[in-house]
Design a protein around this ligand. Sequence first.
Ligand code: PLP
Length: 446
Amino acid sequence: MSASPLLNALEQHLALGRVPMHMPGHKGIASPLDRMGDLLRLDTTEIPDTDSLYEAAGPIAEAMERASALYKTKRTLFSAGGCSLCIQTMLRLAVPQGGKIVAGRTIHRSAVNAMALLDITPVWVLPRPDAGDGLPGRIYPQDIEAALTENPDACAVYVTTPDYYGVLCDLKGISAVCRAHGVPLLVDNAHGAHLKFAAPGAHPLERGASITCDSAHKTLPVMTGGAWLHIAEDAYCAEAPSAMALFGSTSPSYPIMVSLDLCRAWLEEEGTAAFSRLKEQVEDVRRHALALGMTLPQGEWDPVRITIGTGPLGLTGHTAAELLRQQGVEPEYADGLHVVLIPSPFNPEKDYVRLKNALSALPGCRTPLPKAGTVTALPKVAASPRQALLAPGERIAIDDSVGRIAAEASCPCPPGVPVVAPGEIIDQEAAKILKSYGICEIKVIK
Ligand SMILES: Cc1ncc(COP(=O)(O)O)c(C=O)c1O
């Protein structure tokens, strides 16, 4: 039989036996998914006995109702296309005819692309860098208020919280502003599916979101691609399945949907206890990192995320991540100043012992790294995101890009603050920041 390079690569990686401090939350061993047994048996299609996601009226409808009851929503839909599909769906629901949206600039590319496809024009609100050096920071209610006042024709507000680093915005404040202006609040909660259990009261549904989405597979025992779209207002319930069907595959994966349902059952029974144990384990690692001279984000952040600033040790996040790998720990992500680790209740105790030992083994050259450059101003706009994304484009070197119009979002950290978004003119400052993050090429309009 011909070789499968992908299967071989996965098997070789697994044979290394590294501590998985990355997604998915099931860590390959989560007991709530044991009931699935042989996945191929469950990999079926829409036949009368198995229901159909976008026209659910049988077991899928019942499973989604149970998820809705757990999260106390008006309606919850399963997504087998990740949070990306939920983001497309919520934008379609809230801004169906295109138009303006006030959007926090800390944003995932699926949202930028969906806005372009739906002819939605973002009015950007920059985060204030209040979480620490090199972190995007938080979107402030006052800044949303100012943007809505200046743009009374905006149809909705869109924010991402928590961000990749686990940093949380003042969502209660933002939702109060949205209510006062009579616009819905859409929240990308890809990284916070577990917040209801890890930090009761901190899930966007508990802080006033109109529609939000959870990338359940990131932090919970759910197969990759499993996410929930949660709707808190009646007005969006009826259209939600057809809005999702506009973008989603007509063959959503049954194993993924089953894993969402099994996770819901596990959360009902064990979620709170499992996450309070995890919080203690994470707190212990954080204390250890602080004692070794590393930094943590400031202000409110996810109590079960481990984001470690390695700059004070004189190590870039990339170097620290590579050293952790050599010590048998596989991180989720690294940037110039941080390593991000995503633990879950399914990391056994020994994983934390290995992690702490690996952190202790990081060398510190004791010459702290210089502070990171941040995006403080928005570039000029020359075209709508839709025009820019759909226009013929070419990929060019950043060195040649000043004065050209970006045809894609370019971001130092994939779900971070884009230095330029589609339709914006790349200026000297943007080119300099992109190069400082090691980004050498960008797609521009021809
Ligand atoms: C902030 C944010 N939003 C949305 C997504 C997309 O989620 P998914 O991979 O479930 O489609 C991601 C993925 O990393 C993300 O980090």
